[in-house]
Design a protein around this ligand. Structure first.
Ligand code: UD1
Length: 429
């Protein structure tokens, strides 16, 4: 299993290109199941989760080609991929595939809407608490689907098609909003989704669906209205820059000090999180080329944060922010409200000498002047990158084990960091 070796203590200086957003790429790729035409997605990041979803979509009959060159020759960052679901050959998404990535469960929406049936294994993914699928089931039932659970599979049927309806999410869910928006696009009549997720990835998907001929308004607000159409066509669509990758590198710079341009990043996608990083002592400026993050000799100020659905502070940046706070001049409180059990990084950060105690949904972090390098173990995608950030600032050598988590969500992490002066290398095997 690959490891990453980091010798900490260097300031980060230079340019980090920001990749296409993983959490936008996945639902957009799944949207290709809604049409027999070609959906072309630009700015698709090279990530293990993307490759895994390509395999899952292939199982349903989706063909793909990477723009103009063989993949073996493709050395750049994010690329353009054409997805064509001419014929859906299988409406079952098996356990072996879905268990590796939770978002693959989302195929249930387009398969049901286009084919009138779907049999999808209950999902897997990061071990960050129980992640049920009740909202997907309730929502699809509201659109007229008949749904049973059969030995680990959700079996959904709507042989006469889905029917538009009003559905109020009892809890904000990004995935369930994506799925209901896709399903309702091909339902008969109007669907109104209330208390919908407002994440930028929802807006990115709605824009793509509209380019494919869907009639969706209100994406980005908590009420989304979808006027169903009988079929969708192909389109060409660009994936937004990854706001979680952006926030992660901003926090890395805030922690190590230095001055980095996050090329292609958009502050409007994560203003709330950037404000918090600013309060902790970094200077953040949006330029024509991206976001510039700098910190001079001044220390890191403690800031309390609570994770919330967009536009609040994202749960996907909680671990990284905790990494930053381990070296703050004082005490901070970090509260997680989206996922229970999303504090697995706490005991690993402690190996660097961080002082963190847990109290229910909150972590109390008492900043220390120095962290010391240590061998640590990554436990989930965002937790593992928080360990990388801490290792960059720690004195001496660290190894971050089980980096396959990082490969799921961070494109060429070690290359991006080492170009900015970090001592970081991957050790294979
Ligand atoms: C997406 C993101 C993930 C991010 C999360 C929250 C992708 C690929 N993943 O995950 O990176 O951390 O949003 O911003 O975009 N819930 C239920 N029942 C359901 C569905 C969800 O109770 O049927 C709960 C979850 O357990 C969680 C909360 O709702 O407590 C929010 O989850 P959700 O927004 O659905 O997360 P994902 O879409 O899985």
């Amino acid at each position: 299993m690959d490891r990453i070796r980091i010798v900490g203590g260097n300031e980060l200086k230079g340019v980090i290109p920001i990749s296409g957003a993983k959490n936008a790429a996945l639902p957009l790729m799944i949207a290709s199941l809604l049409t027999d035409d070609t959906l072309t997605l630009e700015n698709v990041p090279h990530l293990a989760d993307v490759e895994q979803l390509i395999r899952i979509l292939g199982n349903h009959g989706v063909d793909y080609t990477v723009n103009g060159r063989r993949e073996s020759q493709d050395t750049g960052y994010s690329r353009t991929i054409h997805f064509t679901a001419r014929n859906i050959v299988d409406t079952t998404a098996p356990y072996e595939l879905v268990s590796k990535m939770r978002a693959s469960f989302w195929v249930i929406g387009p398969l049901l809407a286009r084919m009138g049936e779907a049999r999808v294994s209950l999902p897997g993914g990061c071990a960050i608490g129980t992640r049920p699928v009740d909202l997907f089931i309730d929502g699809l039932r509201a659109l007229g689907a008949d749904i049973d659970i059969d030995i680990g599979y959700v079996v959904a049927k709507a042989p006469k098609g889905l029917i538009g309806n009003r559905y109020v999410f009892p809890k904000v869910s990004v995935g369930a909003t994506h799925v209901l928006m896709m399903a309702a696009s091909l339902a008969r009549g109007e669907t109104v989704l209330e208390n919908a997720a407002r994440e930028p990835e929802i807006v990115n998907l709605a824009d793509c669906l509209n380019a494919m001929g869907a009639r969706i308004t209100g994406a980005g607000t908590s009420t989304i209205t979808i006027e169903g159409v009988t079929s969708l066509q192909g389109a060409r669509h660009r994936i937004i820059p990854d706001r979680i990758e952006t926030g992660t590198y901003a926090m890395a710079v805030a922690m190590t000090g230095g001055d980095v341009l996050l090329q292609g990043a958009r502050s409007d996608l994560l203003q709330g999180a950037l404000d918090i990083v600013g309060q902790s002592g970094a200077t953040i400026t949006q330029t024509n080329e991206g976001i510039r993050v700098a910190r001079n000799g001044a220390g890191i100020a403690p800031v309390d944060v609570t994770t919330e659905p967009f536009p609040g502070f994202p749960t996907d940046l909680q671990a990284q922010f905790m990494g930053l706070m381990t070296m703050a001049n004082g005490r901070s409180k970090i509260t997680e409200t989206i996922f229970e059990n999303r504090f697995m990084h706490v005991q690993e950060l402690a190996r660097f000498g961080a002082r963190i105690s847990l109290s229910g949904q909150s972590a109390i972090v008492d900043g220390v002047a120095k962290l010391k390098g240590a061998p640590v173990m990554a436990t989930d995608l965002r937790a593992s990158v928080s360990l990388v950030i801490a290792a960059l600032a720690a004195e001496g050598e660290s190894t971050v084990n089980r980096v396959y988590h990082l490969d799921r969500g961070f494109e060429r992490l070690e290359e991006k960091l080492s170009r900015c002066g970090a001592t970081v290398e991957r050790i294979s095997g």
